[in-house]
Structure formats: C-alpha cells, structure tokens
Design a protein around this ligand. Sequence first.
Ligand code: ITT
Length: 189
Amino acid sequence: LELVFATNNAHKLEEVQQVVGDRFKIRSLADINCQDDIPETGDTFEENAKQKTDYLVNKYGLYSFGDDSGLEVEALDNAPGVYSARYSGSRDMEKNIDLVLESLGDNPNRKARFRTVISLFLNEQQHFFDGTIEGYIIEERRGEGGFGYDPIFIPDGYDKTFAEMSANEKNQISHRAIAVRKLADFLND
Ligand code: ITT
C-alpha cells in the first residue's frame, strides 16, 4: 500500500516516516511533483486535515493522509490552535514563539497541549486518528532539535523540552507519534 502524505512540512514527514518504519511506504508531495499550496480554511484540526487529504483525492485520485496539528495554550483560550503555523501573521516561528511568550507574560498557568489530527481517505471512506500530549510552556527557549514550538514545550513528567530531546525520544511520546501509531495499526489490520 502506497499513501501520499499531504504535507509541505519536512519535519512532519520525517517524524511520521520514523514512526511507521518500513511497515508501509509513504510518498511525499515532492515525490508526486506537487508544489501546490493546499488550502487550509477550517476552524478545527479535523476540517483542515480533511481538506489536505481531499485535495489529493480530488486532484490525483490518490490514497492519501494529512496531518493538521498545533499548540493549545490553556490561559490563551487554547490559542494558537489551528492558527499555530501563522499565529503572528507569518510563518516565522521566531515571531510565533515570541507572541506566545509575550501573550502569556508572567501568567502562572503555563498549561498547554500539542494536538495532531490525521485524516485518511481510503477505499471511499474517511477516517480520523488523533493524538494529544499535555505539558507546559516555559519562559525561554531551550534546545535545538524538533521544529515549531518545540523549544518552549515540556511534556508533563519530563524535564526537557521537545527541542532538547532526540528525534527518537520525541517520537516515543509525541502527539504525532500517538496519532501515527493509530493510523499504522488501522492499516495493518
Ligand atoms: P502542512 O500543512 O503542509 O502539513 P504546516 O507546518 O503548515 O504543514 P499545520 O498547518 O498543521 O502544518 O500547522 C501546524 C503548526 O503547529 C506547525 O507549523 C508548527 O508550528 C506547529 N506544530 C505542529 N506540530 C508540532 C510539533 O510536533 N512540535 C512543535 N510544533 C508543532
């Protein structure tokens, strides 16, 4: 079974590939020569994940899956949420992280979670798989690994940010790994 992963984010591709190993083959948008900016206009992770998948199904008739994900900060009414990639108005993650830290200020409630929703369209049917990891936002960036908001997020029960973990450590516990394992189990059944 060959699936196309409807993402332009190389970090997501790498993480997903690492979790599924050689259990099934994933093709990227680059592999199918698709350079389109796939629309993402929904209010929920589910809607956006489905939009990414539907786009490939409609344009190419391919089996595909998509990942919509983001950071929800409790004290910010769960922002940035579906706007995580462009919270500050641009895709500049330096600015996006600054805005989260500024908005939180010295608020003692640092609770946050990462969420991923994966949409899969297979055999004319729509499926969703989700993953969540709870944690908290620290006051300054730590670590060089990962991507996105990883330098300011520490999962509950750990003392390292996602950016201070190895790719393997993050992939044992992350929101994305949880969702991807559900996807892989479904496909293996
Ligand atoms: P595609 O839509 O092409 O898949 P994207 O980066 O635009 O890539 P999203 O629309 O799902 O992806 O935006 C999610 C944003 O949330 C992403 O750009 C990161 O800033 C952040 N994010 C998602 N997963 C993350 C993770 O594991 N660690 C840190 N930040 C993450």
